[in-house]
Design a protein around this ligand. Sequence first.
Ligand SMILES: Cc1ncc(C[n+]2csc(CCOP(=O)(O)OP(=O)(O)O)c2C)c(N)n1
Length: 668
Amino acid sequence: MATKTAPKVHFDYDRSTLTDEMLLQLYKAMLTPRLIEEKMLILLRQGKISKWFAGIGQEAISVGVTTAMRSEEYILPMHRNLGVFTTREIPLYRLFAQWQGKASGFTKGRDRSFHFGTQEYNIVGMISHLGPQLGVADGIALAHKLRKEKAVTAVFTGEGGTSEGDFHEALNVASVWQLPVLFCIENNGYGLSTPTSEQYNCENLADRALGYGMESHIIDGNNILEVYTTVNALAEDIRTNPRPVLLEFKTFRMRGHEEASGTKYVPKELMEAWAEKDPIENYKNYLLGLDVLTEEMHEEMASQIKEAINENLDIAYNEEAIIPNLETELLDVYAPYTYQDTPPNEETEELRLIDAISEGLKQSMERYDDLVIMGQDIAEYGGVFKITDGFVDAFGKERVRNTPICESAIVEAAMGLAINGKKAVMEMQFADFATSGFNPIVNYLAKSHYRWSQPADVVVRMPCGAGVGAGPYHSQTNEAWFTHTPGLKVVYPAFPYDAKGLLAAAIEDPNPVLFFEHKALYRRIRQEVPTAYYTLPIGKAVSLQEGNDVTIITYGAGVHWALETLEKNTAISADLIDLRTLQPLDTEAIYASVKKTGKVLLLTEDAGFGSVMSDISAMITEACFEFLDAPIRRVTSIDTPIPFAEQLEEQYLSRTRLEERLKELLAY
Ligand SMILES: Cc1ncc(C[n+]2csc(CCOP(=O)(O)OP(=O)(O)O)c2C)c(N)n1
């Protein structure tokens, strides 16, 4: 009589108290992404899909982690985590439609593969840059913690992504703030073609946790029961004792980075050794050995999954391609929002620009319980410019948060707060340091609504500008970096009244706003300002002076330089327009004035090439050419970095040349 040989099982599985039903649920959950991927590889060979990032061999991690999470908790997966999406039971046709760029996907055809989020399923997909979502997870977790909800957030990264600054910043912030985040590293041996030996020089990535004062665990990423039971126990604990935990899942990437790139650089023995540890094959054998699963049950399960795949593929293939609509594309750059006008009260007090900003911020904090402010030294110290002085006493340290020096992670955390229902204001200590948070501003905040309809309800305050003798890294006016990026709003007030009302409007607006505050005007410009909360519309310029000979268009410090010049030259009859907002731009006000005067001087503190004024010049040429009596004149700072010494700074700034250029233009 033939004896039944026990199927080969590589792992020492421990089912603990898991029921048979749970064991089978985990099996089916792993089999689903595997069969989808196998189908995708066939479609790829048939030329029916263009690209595929395989997660074959890594299914136990996605499935184990997702099963351990509650459906209302957020997961932030990467490009090899199909199992997260399938375990959350997203209808397959929607996934397929997403990959085919169809309307019933999640991005209206605007972003590919797994680059999408969905509030419906509490999944926030990656952006291509890999690291930024780690900080986004911090923000999501912070919102939970502030609301005292017992919820964990799980975020994934490959080991490759752990070399990015975002990783270190996000872990540090999570530890300092004790945020309930599970940081899941899938260490699969290679980052594209680069082996781990060329990526980092420590034995285990989990060891890094020690440096951040954080707990960590190394988990066999191919052993589904180890993944599930460990993560489940941790998640349970973190829900009541909020803290971050770093998990390093050891696994292997069994296929190329993406299918076309192959695996030639991977030693054959390594591939063979890891093939032995396939998470599904081993688990299947284990279940067969337990008699929890039979071959027949497996066949039945597999054929049901395959049938569902084929049916859903048909739905996606039969869906018509998206018909481009220019208006929709442009409209979706920003979250829909109707400006709410809160008019100013009659009682006023004289305030400096700095006080008006501080008061505006304070009144918004009073108005919105959900508003959180973050920035370096903004708590007890009150910020380097003292704008948040006294805020901790008024609103507490939870809402007025000192941050470590990590601009990227804080922009990302602000995004996470927005995803999880809060409003965030971040103070860049100096606008110059936005470079250290540039990636999440232009790639995450700016593109979020267009990509997956998620508003980024974030204001980044940007103390900027020259005239303070502070040199190349504390004097820049870098608004043009942001006006160039669709999805951001850019506000740049010149007066206390405007600053207060526009800041309130920026905080009300669910879109990301870069709010420029000129440091040299902070304590110099005073004005009567209404005492109560009020808003002013973003995107509307103001006329400060009316005349017939020339239109001067400017913003920020330029407004005051123009006013000084016109005061000195009372014979000049000029329209003076203060733009107040650079994106969106009030083209109506610009064109109306240009059509009246026929001469235009565009004044900016920024260096000339690529400045906002270059675009405004081009727009005026296109819209008002027949009305022009002279070439448009841009008066800009020179194309060098901004220097420190007073006389060099003076030579640098456009103010120096304003009067002369204005007279030349009038004489033309
Ligand atoms: C900032 C950035 N640099 C480079 C890339 C190109 N890139 C995409 S995925 C990848 C490898 C990522 O490796 P890892 O984080 O280990 O994830 P894995 O692909 O192995 O799952 C690289 C280099 C990128 N997308 N973003």
